[in-house]
Write a protein that binds this ligand. Structure first.
Ligand SMILES: [Zn+2]
Length: 74
């Protein structure tokens, strides 16, 4: 994409911070590659950024159970 969908402003490739929602989870990503509109600030994520965020989000998915193990020092 070269122009903003909303205002036809110029897009530049930048690294941004993004709060990614995935179902009920929210993960804050830093340094995500995106196209940002110079005019209105709208952010567009290229497919590779979205895929990467989805992948990382899935890796963080909560386990079914967390167990704790007592630790005893003798
Ligand atoms: Zn725009």
């Amino acid at each position: 994409m070269e122009k903003c969908y909303f205002c036809k402003g110029k897009l530049t490739r930048e690294r941004v911070n993004h709060l990614h929602r995935w179902g009920e989870k929210m993960i804050f990503f830093e340094n995500v590659e995106a196209e940002v509109c110079k005019q209105c600030g709208e952010t567009y994520f290229p497919p590779e950024s979205l895929a990467l965020m989805d992948k990382k989000t899935k890796l963080l998915s909560t386990p079914e159970k967390t167990i704790s193990i007592p630790l005893v020092t003798l």
